[in-house]
Design a protein around this ligand. Structure first.
Ligand SMILES: Cc1cc2nc3c(=O)[nH]c(=O)nc-3n(C[C@H](O)[C@H](O)[C@H](O)COP(=O)(O)OP(=O)(O)OC[C@H]3O[C@@H](n4cnc5c(N)ncnc54)[C@H](O)[C@@H]3O)c2cc1C
Ligand code: FES
Length: 278
C-alpha cells in the first residue's frame, strides 16, 4: 500500500534571493518519471521537509504550465525555514503533495482579475497570476496590488517589472517603510484603492496575506461592489498532516488543508468562528 506520508526527494536547481530572509527555490524531483508526470493547480501547497529538522506546508509559486520543475518562495520563520534558506543549489529537499484546493480561473473567464497580496502572500498568488497570463485572452483587465514592509521585502522584483509592462495590466506597489530610493506609494495595501479604479461588478478578487490585511482588504472589496462569492482568500493555519487526518488546521468545521486553503468570503462568513479565520 502507498504510504501517504512518504516524501519524494527533489534537488535544488537554483536559488534566487528575494530579500534578507526570503529565497525562491527551483527544484526538480530526483525521479525523472515523477518530474515529468507531476501536476498541480495554482494555490496548492506541498509539505516540504528536511530529515531530522521538520516538515512545513509551503505554497507552490510556479505556474503549472512550467513543466518539469517546481518553485517555492520561503521566508525564514523558525527551525525548518531557516535550515532550508541556508541550503545551496544541489541540496535535496523532501516533498509530498500537492495538497489542498486551488484558485479557480475557469469561473473568471471574460472577467477582470484583481490580485491583492501582502508580504509573503504574493508567492501563492504568483502561481495563479502567471497561469492567468498564460491564458491572457480569456480575461479582461488584470490589476495586481502588492504591499510589503520595505522595498527590500518585495518578492520577485525582476518579474514585477515584467508584469508592469504587460498590456491591459496594472501593478500597484506600496511599502510601510520606504528607503531613500523608493518613489512609490507608502502605506498599507488598502491605501492603493485611491490610486486606481476598483470595480467589483465584473471583477474576481484573489487575496493572500496576513489575517489583519485580509480583514481590511475584504471590507474595501465589498465597498467596491465585489460579490462575496467572487472574493477568493487563501488562509494559513498550523498544519501537520496536510491530509485532513490530524485536525490541526480545523477552522469553522473545515480543514484548511483539504477543504482549503482557498475559500470564498461567502464561505468564511459562515464559519461559526470566522473571527479566527481573518
Ligand atoms: C497552506 C500554507 C501555505 C504556506 N505557504 C508558505 C510559503 O509559500 N512560503 C512561506 O515562507 N511560508 C508559507 N507558509 C508558512 C510556513 O508553513 C511556516 O512559516 C512554517 O511552517 C514555519 O516552519 P518553521 O519550522 O520554520 O518554524 P517554526 O519553528 O515551526 O515556527 C516559527 C515561528 O513561526 C510561527 N508559525 C509557524 N507556522 C505558522 C503558520 N502556519 N502561520 C503562522 N505562524 C506560523 C510559529 O508560531 C513561530 O513563532 C504556508 C503555510 C500554510 C498553512
Ligand atoms: S493538517 Fe492535519 S487535518 Fe489539516
Amino acid at each position: 500500500m502507498k504510504n501517504e506520508y512518504l516524501p519524494y526527494p527533489a534537488r535544488i536547481k537554483s536559488i534566487q534571493r528575494e530579500s534578507f530572509d526570503t529565497r525562491t527555490f527551483k527544484v526538480v524531483f530526483v525521479d525523472e518519471k515523477l518530474a515529468k508526470s507531476f501536476n498541480y493547480k495554482p494555490g496548492q501547497f506541498m509539505e516540504i521537509s528536511l530529515l531530522g529538522i521538520g516538515e512545513s506546508p509551503i505554497s507552490i509559486t510556479s505556474s503549472p504550465s512550467g513543466k518539469g520543475y517546481l518553485e517555492f518562495t520561503i521566508r525564514t520563520m523558525g527551525k525548518l525555514t531557516r535550515a532550508i534558506n541556508q541550503l545551496n543549489a544541489g541540496a535535496i529537499l523532501y516533498l509530498r503533495g500537492p495538497y489542498g484546493n486551488s484558485f479557480p480561473l475557469e469561473e473568471a473567464r471574460t472577467k477582470n482579475l484583481y490580485f491583492i497580496a501582502g508580504g509573503i502572500g504574493l508567492p501563492p498568488l504568483r502561481s495563479v497570476i502567471n497561469s492567468a497570463f498564460d491564458h491572457r485572452v480569456n480575461f479582461g483587465k488584470v490589476k495586481i496590488l502588492y504591499g510589503a514592509k520595505s522595498p527590500d521585502e518585495l518578492c520577485f522584483k525582476e518579474e514585477l517589472k515584467v508584469w508592469q509592462n504587460l498590456t491591459n495590466t496594472e501593478l500597484l506597489l506600496t511599502v510601510d517603510v520606504p528607503d531613500k530610493d523608493w518613489k512609490g506609494n507608502v502605506g498599507v495595501v488598502t491605501t492603493l484603492w485611491d490610486k486606481t479604479d476598483m470595480d467589483g461588478n465584473r471583477g474576481i478578487a484573489y487575496v493572500c496575506g496576513p489575517p489583519i490585511m485580509i480583514k481590511f482588504v475584504v471590507q474595501k472589496l465589498l465597498k467596491s461592489q465585489f460579490k462575496e462569492r467572487n472574493i477568493y482568500i487563501s488562509l494559513e493555519r498550523y498544519m501537520k498532516c496536510g491530509l485532513g487526518k490530524c485536525g490541526h488546521c480545523n477552522i469553522g468545521g473545515k480543514f484548511v488543508c483539504t477543504d482549503g486553503p482557498v475559500f470564498t468570503y461567502q464561505q468564511i462568513k459562515q464559519f461559526p468562528d470566522k473571527e479566527r479565520a481573518i
